[in-house]
Unconditional design. Sequence first.
Length: 485
Amino acid sequence: MSSINHIGVFLKEIFFGNRTGRLSFKRQEVEKHFFFVKGKPIKVMTNVRSERLGEILFKLQKIQAQTFNNIEDFIQVNQPLGESLKRGGVIKESDLREALSFQIREALLGIFSYFDGELNFQEKEIPPLAEEMPVVDIPFVIDYGLRRMKYDSNLQKYFSGRKVVLKNIRYAYFLTEEEKTLLERFSTAQVIDRMAVPARFSNENFFRCLYLFYCLDMVEISTADSSYKKDDYASESRKKLELDELEARIEELKEIKSQLRTRNYYELLGVSRVANEEEIKRAYFNLARKYHPDRFNAALADHSLVNEVFNAITTAYRTLSEPDKRKQYDQQLMAPSQETADDLAKKAEIKYRQGRTLYNQGMYEEAIIFLEEALRLKKAKADYYLLLAMAESKLPAYKKKAEEDFLRAIEMEPWNAEGYVGLGLLYLGEGLKVRAKKHLLKALEIDPDHNQARAALEELEKGEKKTGLKGLMGLDISKLFKKNK
């Protein structure tokens, strides 16, 4: 039975086996050592110049050219370069963590094309890092690395004389529709030597996909004469695994939501700040395949969770995929982090005013960006949530989020009629007349002279059909938050 000496197999065994130790790679003059703790890489030592930490920090614009050119001055005995730079105040801990993640990912991707390197994994205790571990998505690295590497005939040899059967579909969101169809064929065990290559696949693509399934731990392989699971058992197992996958993704959504206010757009998409357009697009579509609302119809009764996360991911993509918006966003991120509460409040107020100006100009997506940033700087501000909800209500994809932010504003200032008016008009535009009437009446209870609420309520009571957000579109933002006399 043929074996294969490739980084894909080693990463599969280390990551899914939750193993701790050192993975070494040598080929000609290249030498790299990766250190894993419970399946997760925490650091790399490499002699490839472009993969050294100093080079990475400079590439990510974490250090200036002068610092990079004199990097030797920062090296301390028995202390890693990153730790020296951090203690010297040159970089922040978050910068170091981002650079280490980027360095590990690039070092791993750099060896996917080689089937003739010397790979060895040694189980050993690895001392924990003093700082938070870098985040490297190993399944993503496997997927990206295998797709961009050149085909090697060792792949076909590896599967010769083997049976393949479906194990799980946890990472099926990485796959195209054609690849998913191919994966489904392994619901019953297939002897690869007897299996016809599907018409839409070349021989190379077929074995590359098969290897991808294996490295992502979605299929099991065995020799052709060994026993394997019966078809009915495989079918039942698959159903259970589908439910397990959905539950796992729901938990992931909850974790992402809890971090939305603290993650920037690059962190949300899982790319570096120097990522090119292709990397940003690929990251977005990988996340979209995983978290699109359509994938949760049978799993969630309340879609507010998935809608909020997916809308945030989409906003991040739209911002970073357009050069002008990305440049503007990058300037926001470059602001100093060591600021007093008063400084942050002032900065938040500026962002809020900029968002209000953009709203008045009809630039709703741009307004949302500034208002979200205002809330990042100063949380729990009713005016901010109210204007954010107004902007979101203008965009079909953000209607559910608009409802949530109107409710937040109302909870914080239940005496302010504007929140009830905005929410009532939102419901009216969506044809939810009972809800609309309830909130418009509440607004008039607080402010009997609120002309807009009274006009909307009279129109509703006349039974006139609403064909859009007519009332909301006509809202005079210049009078927002001002109590009617």
